[in-house]
Every structure is written in structure tokens, then in C-alpha cells.
Design a protein around this ligand. Sequence first.
Ligand code: NAP
Length: 307
Amino acid sequence: MGILGATGTVGQRLVAMLEGHPQLVVTAVAASDRSQGKTFGEACVWRLPGNVPSALRALQVRPPEPPLDCDIVLSSLPADTAGPVEAQFAAAGYPVISNSSSHRMDDDVPLLIPEVNAGHLAMIARRSGRGFIVTNPNCSTIMIALALAPLQSRFGVEAGVVTTMQAISGAGYPGVASLDITDNVVPYIASEEEKIERETLKILGRVDGGGARGRPAEFPLSELGLHTAPLCPILVRDEPDRPQPRLDRDAGGGMSITIGRIARDRVLSHRFVALSHNTIRGAAGAAILNAELLAAEGYLSGMINEQ
Ligand code: NAP
């Protein structure tokens, strides 16, 4: 794998989660011109517990452009940079698995949560040879869609009202200035509400057109044995004071979401609280799980350790 934006908040999570991964090995890292030419160890101010994985310390940080010394690209670039860069890698024949919002709503790009809409893999259009783009949703949308999907398939969902309280890690590093967030709540993230609305509809919608009309997921995810997939993607707790970030965000290695306080609601029939880990389920873990699904479904043949 090559990681674009490897020195950032999501990039570091990707690096940490891929250390010792049974199928996926990081062979290239790319970042801005601030970091290019330095070793990853020099360029990356490590913000997670432990140290920069030793295998990557001496790797030289490259510009995010093909050719890159890898078969598959994982992108955690800022959206304004990601759009053209990801398209360039896909056109050059690389499968691109992205966290960024730039291509999420493209017609030929699955907005993928393996437990919810694996059937959307049918949308993949090869841009050149084996190149294509697959994205994971916005960090809040992933949790919302995961929570709604079983309700949608069992009962149908007519409407939802959502309020989010988001981790400041969602703004990347260095993020919101400490003087803006201390003793305060920031009530607005540009484009966030629009992303949550349109992305949730795309994820819960069915693929339509061509050979992909209404194609449901053809396999139960648990049978694929994906390394990063949690045993239970959704945990439900009965205690009135759960979920709580410190107690529940690491459930399922950070890949399970936790639901609590399910109750009848006089306005919209039912209500509940959901919590998920922002940079694992909401970003790096989501992208890695997408890579594992692509591998299991044969989209990465010859590019991964298949033993
Ligand atoms: P971040 O901490 O600011 O990291 C940005 C990364 O991109 C760094 O590696 C940076 O390299 C690199 N970069 C910045 N400008 C560049 C340029 N012009 N050319 C090449 N590389 C450049 O951001 P982040 O929070 O990791 O977010 C990355 C992406 O993931 C964004 O699109 C974001 O919307 C998305 N996302 C984030 C979260 C989250 O929870 N944080 C969740 C879901 C999705 P340098 O270190 O060299 O500057």
C-alpha cells in the first residue's frame, strides 16, 4: 500500500493499524512539500501511543503523484488536494481507497461500508486497466448509516433527525485552535450537514442500472473473515448513562459502534444515542476494512498477500 497524507491524523492511524497486517504492507508514504524528501521518521510528528513503526522510519516521503512504489493507494489527503490526485492515480491504474470527500458522490465510486452496502462494489468503474476509486463516508455518516441500515431493512425508515457531537480530531492536526474550543462548543462544521444527508441516502440506496440493478450483498460479511471487521458491528447497551466516549469508543477495537438509550419518541416514533471512534471506525479503520473487502472479492488480485 502507498499512503497519501501519511503524516496526518488519519494517515498516522492508517500506518498504526497496518503494522503487522496479514495481507497489506505499507511500501510508500506521500505528503505535502513540507514533508517530501525527508524520511517518514523525520517528517512525522507521531501523535499516537508508541512510536513510528520501525519498518517505516527510514522510508522517504514522496510527492502524492504516480508512479509510487506500491500496488494500491490509500488516501487521507485534504479534500481540495485529493480530488485531482486520486483521479490521477486511478487513471494510472492504481486502485484508490479514499477517506476524502472529493469523489464520494461520483456515479462510478462506491461509498462503502462493508456491513451495509457491499453490493455497491458493482458500481466500480475501472478508470484504466485495474485503476478505480472506492471511498468511505464522512466520519459521522458511517455511524449513522450503520445504525439505520438494520432499521431500514427490517422496518423501512421514513425520516430521521440527527444531532452530532464530534471529536475535535475530526478537524485533523493541529485542528481547532485551543482558545476556540476550550470552555466552548463549536456549533458549525462547513458542509457537514449536507454531507451527512446526501451520503446517508447514497449508502442506504440500492445500486441501479446496468448489470447492477438492485444487486444485494451476496455474502454475509462474517464469513469473509476480514481482519479488521468487528465481531459485532453494533453493540446495544441498556445502562442509562451509556454510551460514553472514554468507555465505549474502543469497542471492537474501535470498529464497533455502540447504541444506547433506545426509547419511544413522541415526535418521530423512536430515538437513540450512537457513538463511534472518530479516527478508527470513522476514518482509518473504515478504509482498511474497505481494502479487505476489495481483496476478499478479488478486486486486488495479485496485489496482496493472498496466503
Ligand atoms: P491532517 O491531519 O491535516 O493531515 C493531512 C495530510 O495531508 C498530511 O499528511 C499532510 O502532509 C497532507 N497534505 C496536506 N496538504 C497537502 C498537499 N497539498 N499535498 C500533499 N499532501 C498534503 O488531516 P486528516 O484529519 O488526517 O484528514 C485527512 C482527510 O481525511 C481529509 O480529507 C479529511 O476530511 C478526511 N477525514 C478525516 C477524518 C478525521 O477524523 N480526522 C475522518 C474522516 C475523513 P504534511 O504533514 O506534509 O502537511
